[in-house]
Design a binder for this molecule. Structure first.
Ligand code: ADP
Ligand code: MG
Length: 230
């Protein structure tokens, strides 16, 4: 099935918010690196998938009605043994939800230079707009983000990255390595193309993306579709 068929099917079934797992599978299809991830539904399977992926792993509850996962205790980081997998499985399955519950087992990504936020929102007047910022406190407190209306050029993407106040964090701040700016440009361009080609998309939130000296990886994402009557 093509991505646009998948999106149409979801929208047709009335599913507005894609889970992290579904959102990241779409990112993978459009060439944006994501953490290895697999869905499981029982304990034995979860243990064998964790061993297959390789410790340490991260386990998260996937359910359509659990959107802000950390707030619900639905993210378990740095799981290193089978016993910890079992404990995490029990804890996650206890989280209240009306929807079908699955576990996403994923690779624990190594510590980045910094976390990034890359997103897209729909402006009522101008249509899809891309967003870029440094994750964590810089976005939450200081609203240090840049925006451009899609489609963007490579030049626009480079400007978006350079114009945020936190840019020095990506440019070798205090002896840290320089971040792979080309990888960020590439990701912004891919999202721009994707939202222009797929009008069903209302909002995208890659939060966070881990940026390294060499490459990046998206560890959490959410795609929201337009509701039918929009
Ligand atoms: P939420 O739905 O609350 O945004 P996230 O999936 O973003 O949950 O997880 C919360 C935090 O845990 C992330 O901001 C990130 O710092 C960390 N994290 C999540 N997944 C991974 C992973 N696969 N590897 C390393 N760290 C992760
Ligand atoms: Mg997140």
């Amino acid at each position: 099935m093509s991505i646009s068929d998948i999106l149409k099917q979801k929208a047709g079934a009335g599913q507005k918010v894609l889970t992290e797992y579904e959102s990241k599978e779409i990112l993978r299809k459009i060439g944006i690196p994501i953490t290895d991830q697999k869905l499981t539904s029982n304990k034995e399977e979860t243990i064998s998938v964790a061993e297959e992926i390789g410790f340490p792993v991260v386990m998260k509850l996937m359910a359509e009605d659990v959107v802000h996962k950390s707030d619900m205790g639905a993210v378990k980081l740095n799981i290193k043994t089978n016993e910890e997998v079992e404990q995490a499985f029990d804890d996650l399955m206890k989280i209240p939800s009306e929807a079908e519950k699955k576990i996403s087992v994923q690779k624990m990504a190594k510590e980045p230079i910094t976390e990034l936020i890359i997103g897209m929102t729909t402006d009522p007047q101008f249509g899809p707009a891309l967003m870029f910022g440094i994750g964590g406190i810089l976005v939450e407190l200081l609203e240090d983000v840049s925006f451009r209306i899609a489609p963007i050029t490579e030049y626009d993407a480079k400007e978006m990255i350079r114009e945020i106040k936190g840019f020095p964090l990506l440019d070798g701040f205090r002896g840290k390595p320089k971040a792979d700016i080309d990888a960020i440009v590439d990701t912004l361009m891919k999202i721009s193309e994707f939202v222009i080609e797929n009008e069903e998309i209302y909002e995208m939130d890659l939060n966070p993306v881990f940026i390294y000296e060499d490459g990046l990886v998206c560890v959490d994402a959410r795609i929201i579709l337009k509701s039918e009557n929009k």
